[in-house]
Design a protein around this ligand. Structure first.
Ligand SMILES: *[C@@H]1O[C@H](CO)[C@@H](O)[C@H](O)[C@H]1NC(C)=O
Ligand SMILES: *[C@@H]1O[C@H](CO)[C@@H](O)[C@H](O)[C@H]1NC(C)=O
Ligand SMILES: *[C@@H]1O[C@H](CO)[C@@H](O)[C@H](O)[C@H]1NC(C)=O
Ligand SMILES: *[C@@H]1O[C@H](CO)[C@@H](O)[C@H](O)[C@H]1NC(C)=O
Ligand SMILES: *[C@@H]1O[C@H](CO)[C@@H](O)[C@H](O)[C@H]1NC(C)=O
Length: 365
């Protein structure tokens, strides 16, 4: 009998353990029209063992509901979108996933959400339920900084478990890459009850004019994380016009951020149907990252490059084969201006906020 119950206990442990997603599938929200996702975010999550499924921001509500029930986590990347219009597809879909995540977590279904740059801003607007928490005019394009940690950082989930060397570099070296003109002021955060009760501020920074912004945050009780900076650029963005830090310390920081979030997704037990992973997805553009070998912008013929479909972006080996020729296309530079151009754009054009992914260029497929 005793032996039998021990077997039962062991079996129960095995069943519980396998219920978690050891190979999590994380949704990345697309943006813009036609919808695109920057390759660097896919590689970033893959670096820590996740598979990625694109979530088209203009997909149907039914499809979004289905995806939520199948994904183990959700990431809102950097880029540009109108965060002030709650009827816009981007905000409708982002709010849907964030609200579903909050509801799920409240009911004991652990579902993590991450926002980078534009994603950080999106999370702030959604939780505050007010676009006015964002202010414009930051002078923080192409600006690598060291984080000014708050007293919450050391005991936070996001930073508190980091190896000491990684935590130290975050504070002492310019390893967090900023590319934004909007941001949330720490004073806004503190005085806004909704933000203040939902998030802990983990770090702040100041822009080149000394204007402060919140740079990292995590949900007090919810697995919702936001960074105004770009961890994925440290490893996967090599554009010659960007000062992305690629030092050993910077790469460690990027990896540990990806690792943290993917491990959070491993705690979720939604199941993505294996056959659906290999279905191509129409209507999605992958924006390639500038790689270390093509950052000189050598002219190339546009016909050389791979078309990227869902199958291709969902497997690292196929990804390499298919969009390793991540070459810049001069003809697209106008369409997606480089950050230097972006800096001088009209302030009203919020669409280019957090630009810089793929060095501002696009591979249309
Ligand atoms: C999303 O937009 C793209 C480009 O405008 C379009 O091709 C695609 O059909 C749209 N997707 C949905 C589900 O409406
Ligand atoms: C907000 O977005 C909706 C849907 O795209 C659009 O119909 C509406 O005109 C937009 N409102 C403003 C003020 O831009
Ligand atoms: C760091 O933030 C604290 C407030 O949390 C502020 O008092 C201090 O001046 C900041 N230091 C730097 C170097 O920005
Ligand atoms: C880090 O960035 C700040 C702000 O641009 C700059 O003042 C400082 O010199 C940089 N530190 C290093 C070690 O490059
Ligand atoms: C997508 O990629 C897979 C794997 O390379 C290929 O078999 C499939 O034909 C592609 N689908 C489309 C629509 O190009």
């Amino acid at each position: 009998m005793a032996g039998g119950s021990r077997v039962a206990v062991i079996l129960a442990v095995v069943v519980v353990a396998t219920a978690w997603a050891s190979n999590p599938v994380i949704g990345i929200l697309s943006q813009s029209d036609p919808p695109y996702i920057a390759a660097s975010y896919v590689k970033y999550l893959e670096s820590a063992g996740a598979r990625v499924v694109p979530v088209l921001h203009n997909d149907t509500a039914d499809r979004h509901a289905q995806l939520f029930s199948q994904l183990n986590g959700f990431l809102i990347p950097g880029g540009g979108a109108n965060l002030a219009n709650f009827s816009d597809d981007f905000m409708v879909s982002a709010r849907y996933f964030v609200n579903q995540a909050i509801q799920a977590n409240t009911g004991g279904d652990f579902f993590p959400v991450w926002g980078t740059c534009l994603g950080f801003e999106t999370l702030s607007v959604i939780i505050a339920d007010d676009p006015a928490v964002l202010v414009d005019g930051y002078d923080s394009e192409d600006l690598p900084l060291a984080l000014n940690m708050t007293r919450n950082a050391g005991t936070s989930r996001l930073f508190g478990q980091l190896p000491g060397s990684v935590y130290d570099s975050l504070q002492t070296e310019n390893v967090t890459m900023n590319f934004h003109q909007s941001g949330v002021e720490p004073s806004t955060f503190v005085s806004n009850d909704k933000l203040n009760s939902f998030f802990n501020i983990l770090s702040t920074n100041v822009d080149l004019q000394g204007k402060p912004f919140v740079s990292s945050m995590e949900g007090k009780t919810m697995p919702v994380y936001g960074v105004q900076w770009h961890p994925e650029k440290n490893t996967y963005e090599w554009g010659s016009t960007q000062a992305n830090p690629h030092s050993a310390a910077a790469v460690d920081v990027a990896y540990h951020m990806a690792r943290f979030f993917v491990n959070e997704a491993r705690k979720n037990n939604h199941v993505y149907p294996a056959d659906a992973l290999d279905k191509p997805l129409a209507g999605l553009t992958m924006r390639p990252a500038a790689s270390s070998i093509n950052r000189q912008r050598q002219p190339v013929k546009p016909t050389c490059c791979a078309k990227v479909n869902l199958t291709a972006i969902q497997s690292t080996s196929k990804t390499k084969a298919r969009f390793h020729p991540l070459l810049p296309f001069p003809m697209f530079m106008k369409r997606y201006p480089s950050p230097k151009t972006v800096k001088h754009r009209e302030e009203s054009d919020r669409k280019r906020e957090c630009e810089g992914e793929g060095e501002g260029e696009s591979l249309r497929v």
